[in-house]
Design a protein around this ligand. Structure first.
Ligand SMILES: Cc1cc2nc3c(=O)[nH]c(=O)nc-3n(C[C@H](O)[C@H](O)[C@H](O)COP(=O)(O)OP(=O)(O)OC[C@H]3O[C@@H](n4cnc5c(N)ncnc54)[C@H](O)[C@@H]3O)c2cc1C
Length: 418
C-alpha cells in the first residue's frame, strides 16, 4: 500500500533524445522509475538518423587498448565509462533489439542493413513498452526559481518537477538537427565547469587557394595519398580539396592535432604524401630521367602518374626552384606542407570537442554542487575520431548517467518515503 503521507514522486526526466539520452532513459526505466523524455525537435534521434545515412558506423572491433586510446586526453575518463559498456556490450545490446551487426573490412562495426532507422524504431518501441514517455517539441530553458525544469512547448511554457534529471543535449554541430549548444549558457549561469565547444572531425581553411585551384578543383577528391602532422607517422586514405581548404575522412582524423596547433600558434600544418607507396629516392630517379621538350607537368604525369588535382596542388604549393629540381620536387611530393589557418565552422563539423568537464562531475556523471543533475553524451568534454567511437561513448555515458541517477535516487529515498 502506498503511504498516504508521502506525496507521489515526480518522474525521472531526461532532456535530449539522442543516443545518450535514450540510453539514460532506458537505464532509469529498467530501475523501475517513471521516466519522461523531452526533446526540442519534432522527432527524436535526428543526428543519430543522419549518422545512418552514409552507413551507420556504430562502433569498432579493434582491441580494447587501441579502442580506448582513441579518446586521447580523456582516455582515463572514457575508460571508466566503457568498462560498464564497451564495444562488445554495445553489439550485444543491438542484437537484443533484433538487429544483427557485422564488421567491415576496416574493423568498423555496422548494423547489417547499415541503417540507423530500423534500430531507432525498435528501440523506441521497447522504451515505450517499458513505460517511457517521450515529449517532442519541448525545449528546455533552464530552471525556475523554485527549481522546476522550464520547458517551452507549442502551447507556451511548462514547469516540470523532476526527481532526477539527465541532460543529454548533444554538442554544437548540425544545429538544425537539434543540438545547438544553447545549454552552455544555461549551465554556465549555474557555474558548471565547461570547456568551450569547438569543431572536431572538421574541415579546415587555408589562407586562400589560387583562383585556378578553386575554380577547377574545388570538390575534387585526392585518393591513395597519405597525410601526417609534423612528428607523427602518416596515415593513408583520402580527402577532398574544397574552395576554402580541405575536408574529408583523412583530414578529420588529424583534426584535433591541427585545431590545437591553430589554437596555439595561429596555424597548423598537414604534410601530404602524394605517392605513399614510393620512396623518395625512386621518385627523384624518375624525375631525373630526361624529359626532352616535355613540360614538367607532362613529365610528372608520364613518370609518376601525378596529374589533375594532385598536380595542381603540387604546383600551387611549390615554388619555381623546387619544381625545377628533381631532388627537391621528390621531397615535396613526399611531404607537401598544407598550411591551415582556421577550422570550418562548428556547425559543419561531425562532432564537437569541449563541453562539461569531467572534473566538475562525480563518477556517476552528476554535476558537483547540483544534486540530482547528471550529464551524458557529446555534451561532455571529450572527443574522438570517426569510426564508431563517438556513438559508443555516447551510449556508454548515457547508461552510466541513467544508472547512477537511479542509484542516487534510491539512496535519497531510503529512510524517507518508499
Ligand atoms: C553527419 C554526421 C555523421 C555521423 N556519423 C557517425 C557515425 O557513423 N558513427 C559515430 O559514432 N558517430 C557519428 N556521428 C556523431 C554522432 O551522431 C553523435 O556523436 C551523437 O549523435 C551524439 O549523441 P548525443 O545523444 O550526445 O547528442 P545528439 O544526438 O546530438 O542528441 C541531442 C538531443 O538533444 C536535443 N536538445 C538539444 N538542446 C535541447 C534543449 N535545450 N531542449 C530540449 N532538447 C534539446 C536535440 O534536439 C537532440 O535530439 C555523426 C555525426 C554527424 C553530424
Amino acid at each position: 500500500m502506498p503511504d498516504p503521507t508521502c506525496p507521489p514522486s515526480p518522474p525521472a526526466v531526461v532532456i535530449g533524445a539522442g543516443p545518450a539520452g535514450l540510453m539514460a532513459a532506458e537505464a532509469l526505466a529498467q530501475a523501475g522509475l517513471a521516466v519522461e523524455v523531452f526533446d526540442a525537435m519534432p522527432s527524436v534521434g535526428r543526428k543519430f538518423l543522419l549518422a545512418g545515412v552514409g552507413g551507420m558506423n556504430i562502433t569498432h572491433s579493434e582491441a580494447y587498448p587501441a579502442f580506448v586510446g582513441r579518446y586521447a586526453e580523456r582516455q582515463r575518463e572514457i575508460d571508466a565509462l566503457l568498462r560498464g559498456f564497451d564495444a562488445d556490450a554495445l553489439r550485444q545490446w543491438i542484437h537484443g533489439l533484433g538487429i544483427e551487426t557485422f564488421v567491415g573490412t576496416s574493423g568498423r562495426v555496422f548494423p547489417s542493413d547499415m541503417k540507423a532507422a530500423p534500430l531507432l524504431r525498435a528501440w523506441l518501441k521497447r522504451l515505450r513498452d517499458t513505460g517511457v514517455v517521450i515529449h517532442t517539441r519541448h525545449r528546455w530553458l533552464g530552471w525556475s526559481p523554485e527549481g522546476a525544469l522550464r520547458l517551452a512547448y507549442p502551447q507556451g511554457e511548462r514547469r516540470v518537477e523532476a526527481a532526477v534529471v539527465v541532460l543529454a543535449l548533444g554538442g554544437g554541430s548540425w544545429a538544425r538537427l537539434g543540438s545547438d549548444g544553447s545549454w552552455q549558457a544555461l549551465l554556465a549561469q549555474r557555474a558548471v565547469d565547461i570547456a568551450p565547444l569547438q569543431p572536431s572531425n572538421c574541415g579546415f581553411e587555408v589562407e586562400g587557394w589560387s583562383a585556378l585551384l578553386q575554380q577547377k578543383f574545388a570538390g575534387a577528391p585526392l585518393k591513395n595519398i597519405a597525410l601526417s602532422v609534423p612528428g607523427s607517422p602518416p596515415r593513408k586514405g583520402e580527402f577532398i580539396l574544397t574552395a576554402q581548404g580541405v575536408e574529408g575522412s583523412l583530414v578529420y582524423a588529424w583534426s584535433a592535432a591541427v585545431r590545437e596547433a591553430i589554437n596555439r600558434t595561429g596555424q597548423g600544418q598537414l604534410l601530404l604524401d602524394l605517392l605513399p607507396d614510393k620512396p623518395v629516392d625512386k621518385i627523384a630517379q624518375a624525375l631525373a630521367r630526361p624529359r626532352g621538350s616535355r613540360s614538367m607537368a607532362r613529365h610528372l604525369q608520364g613518370q609518376l602518374g601525378i596529374d589533375g588535382v594532385k598536380a595542381a596542388l603540387l604546383r600551387e604549393l611549390t615554388d619555381q626552384a623546387t619544381f625545377a629540381n628533381p631532388d627537391a620536387l621528390a621531397r615535396a611530393i613526399k611531404a607537401l606542407p598544407i598550411t591551415l589557418v582556421r577550422t570550418r565552422p562548428l556547425d559543419e563539423a561531425i562532432s564537437s570537442a569541449g563541453g562539461v568537464r569531467f572534473e566538475g562531475l562525480d563518477d556517476g556523471l552528476m554535476v558537483k554542487g547540483m544534486p540530482g543533475v547528471f550529464c551524458a553524451g557529446e555534451m561532455l568534454d571529450w572527443e574522438a575520431p570517426t569510426g564508431g567511437y563517438l556513438l559508443t561513448a555516447c551510449f556508454a555515458s548515457g547508461l552510466r548517467a541513467g544508472r547512477a541517477a537511479a542509484h542516487w535516487l534510491a539512496l535519497q529515498a531510503s529512510g524517507n518515503c518508499p
